[in-house]
Structure formats: C-alpha cells, structure tokens
Design a protein around this ligand. Structure first.
Ligand code: HGY
Ligand code: MN
Ligand code: MN
Length: 410
C-alpha cells in the first residue's frame, strides 16, 4: 500500500504552525492578515514544489491543480481545507487538511500513479469568520452561496475591508469562484471534539454536519452610577446580557446535549467599573444537527428577548450574521472512507461534524464527505489543540487511499 511521506507531512504542519504568531507568541492567522499571507505563501511554494498549477480566485481561494493531457477533460476530484485561524489557535485546524492535500498529490506523483481525472487541492479563504463574517466565506462564495462582490465588501471587526486586505497581501485573484466543478470533494480535518479520543477511535467517517446560527444581539439600557442607583431603579444592559447567556445554557441542558450555544464575544458601553452598562453587544452562536430543532431554538431565543424587554425595561435588537442548515454528506464516499480505514486496520466510526467546515459549502456542488482524526481531550480553537503524529499519519494515509479511489475511473 502507498504511504505518504511522514516526515514531510509533520515538518510542514510544524512549519505552517509557526506562521501568524503575534507579539505574545499566540497563533492569530486571521483571514487576509500578514500572518495569513505568510501561510499562503508557504502553501503556494509547496503546491509549486509538487508541480501543481496554482490558481487564485477572486475571493482569494488558492487551488493547486494536477491534470494531464489525457485526463484534463474530466471533472476533477477536489480536496482541501483552510489555513486561516481563530485567535490563539492550535496548529492543526484546517492546516492539516491543506498540507495533507498537497502531500497526497506529491506522493501519488512520486509513486508514478496517474489519475484518471485531475486532482485539485485547495485552501479556502476565511473559513473561521473571526475577522470577517460569515465563516466558511471562501467556500460559500465558491459554491455560489454568496456573491464575490458582497464577500469582498465585508467589513472586518477591525474596520478593514476584505477585498482591500486580499489585495494588500497579494491574493486578490482574477478567476471566477466556482471555475472548477468538482466530481467530488473530500476534506481531511481534526475532530475538534472529544468523541474519538474518548472512544479510542482512529478514523472518523463524517456523514453529516450540524446547522449553525450566528446572531449579534444589542441590548440598550441606561448608564447610571454604580453606587447611588438602587437595584430596583437600574436598567442594566449588562445584567440582561448575562440572563441571555444563562437562558441559552438552560436550553442546551434541556436539549439532552443536542443543542450547543456560545456567547463568544461581548462588549459593554461605556465599559467602566463604576457605571451601569448602557449597552451590551454580544454574539450568540447556536447549533443543532436537526433543522427543525435549530429553528425551535432560534424561536425560543427570540421569544425570550421579547420577554426580557418587558421585565428588564431594556431595548433589544438582533442582527443575523450566519445561518447554515445541517448538511448530509455522500454515503458512497463515507463507505469508501470506512473501507479504506478497515483495509489499513484502523478503527473507524461515523461522525457528525460539530464544527462548520468548507466541506459543508462544497457539498452544494458535488458529492462530499470528510475524514476526521482525533483531537486529544477534544480541545480545539486553543493552542493546546493536539493530535498525536500516529493519528495524523493514519488519517493522511486513509485520505491517500480515498483520493486514489475517487481519482481512478468510476
Ligand atoms: O465556527 C466553526 O465551526 C468553524 O470553526 N468555522
Ligand atoms: Mn477548521
Ligand atoms: Mn476552526
């Protein structure tokens, strides 16, 4: 059985992991930042080293294309992920799949394998959505779910414009997103949850992905003196925001673990130790694998906010940031992943992706599925994110087998 070049894969994960570090040594490779540019340049150099034609589309998605005169008229098999990160990130999220995509092609070429169809490996822009919403932006534009113009006009949390930043870092491409219609798409990624680690499972055959709802909620109260204002007379935006957070957690506990919710960002005005907050602006990230249930959660939150306006005498308005329905992946690819894992003697189980993924967007264009490897203790979006080398190599070799299978005549 073919095997990827273990040393090269691990070396590259570590090398890419050194890009995007801030003054405090944290990994902050936010979309279209200088750190993202450094990572992009590294990926492009590895794509060129693998002899791939490198193409950048208008939203900055990077593609490495391997085609031959004999197979160029066939729809390519596409693989890929993202290299942009959250704030103070780990080094595997997204990067592992992009590096493994290049590694698999390089290995196949080195071993003299000639695919029946082209193989394309990609790095999608702004999967995390931390600097510019929505998340999975580059793959969403690629799949036709958002216009390139709208995405390029996105205003970042730092007031920058995505299109200008892509231009500044030299990744404002000219090719129309969606220029390749893939035959199938396969993404290799870390689980970012605890299930595989707890169960001791080596390979995850990802068959579906949960729905995601992001809102920005603004609560307006009345600033007043923290010492002289009696409790009964307070119109406290900070307290109201806290109540929303508690409400969301109670809904999750009632959902027997199916619904998850996170208030990840919060800002108070005037944000002074001795002033009752006049304003609280925060985000609510709510997810559930079932569309009907996710709608129920959104309705319950909307009803609660109306209630809160009465009980706390505050004014509340919400802004939709992201709404993606749950996604079912392709059964044929999932069974191929299970078969490949079995043939290599790895334990394998079917998984739901709790995280949003580029694969959920490309699934709008073609049969798609994902391969997971374990995250120790399920930690992710945290520098302590860790996957042992043996699992990284197992995942990459199963990925190699599935890519080989899906790039040979079908
Ligand atoms: O938000 C997510 O689930 C992904 O990491 N962008
Ligand atoms: Mn990711
Ligand atoms: Mn992520």
């Amino acid at each position: 059985m073919l095997s990827i070049n273990e040393e090269r894969l691990l070396e590259r994960i570590n090398a890419l992991g050194e890009t995007g570090k801030d003054a405090d040594g944290r990994r902050v490779r936010l979309a279209a930042s200088d750190g993202d540019k450094d990572g992009r340049d590294m990926i492009v150099s590895w794509m060129k080293d693998a002899g791939l034609e490198v193409v950048v589309d208008r939203i900055g998605n990077i593609f490495g294309i391997w085609e031959t005169p004999e197979n160029r008229d066939k729809a390519p098999l596409m693989v890929g992920s993202h290299i942009d990160s959250v704030i103070d990130a780990g080094k595997y999220d997204g990067c592992y799949g992009v590096i493994a995509g290049i590694e698999v092609i390089k290995t196949l070429k080195e071993q003299g394998y000639v695919p029946e169809r082209p193989i394309v490996t990609g790095a999608f822009t702004n999967e995390e959505g931390v600097r510019y919403a929505p998340d999975m932006m580059g793959s969403l534009v690629y799949a036709g779910g958002l216009s390139a113009e709208e995405a390029l006009a996105a205003v970042g949390t730092d007031g920058t414009i995505l299109g200008e930043e892509l231009k500044r870092i030299g990744y404002e491409g000219t090719v129309e997103p969606g220029f390749i219609k893939p035959y199938a798409f396969i993404e290799l990624h870390i689980e970012q949850g605890p299930i595989m680690d707890v169960e001791g499972v080596q390979i995850g055959a990802v068959e579906n992905l949960q729905g995601i709802s992001w809102q920005r909620i603004t609560i307006e109260g009345a600033a007043n003196h923290a010492g002289t204002t009696p409790t009964a007379l307070r119109i406290d935006a900070g307290l109201a925001a806290a109540k929303v957070n508690v409400f969301l957690r109670e809904r999750c506990l009632q959902s027997n673990g199916k619904t998850v919710a996170t208030v990840g960002c919060i800002e108070f005005e005037p944000n002074a130790v001795n002033v009752i907050p006049s304003k609280a602006v925060f985000t609510a990230d709510v997810r559930n694998p079932d569309e009907t249930k996710l709608k129920e959660e959104e309705q319950a939150l909307a009803d609660y906010l109306k209630e809160l306006e009465k009980t706390d005498k505050v004014r509340i308005h919400t802004e939709r940031l992201v709404r993606f329905e749950p996604v079912l992946f392709d059964e044929g690819i999932v069974t191929c992943i299970e078969k490949a894992a079995k043939e290599r003697g790895f334990s394998c189980r079917r998984m739901t992706s709790g995280a949003g993924q580029d694969a959920q967007m490309i699934a709008r264009m073609c049969p798609t599925a994902m391969i997971f490897v374990p995250s120790v203790k399920g930690i992710s979006h945290n520098p302590a994110e860790f996957t042992p080398d043996k699992d990284l190599l197992a995942g990459a070799n199963v990925f190699l087998d599935v890519v080989k299978d899906f790039s040979s005549a079908k």
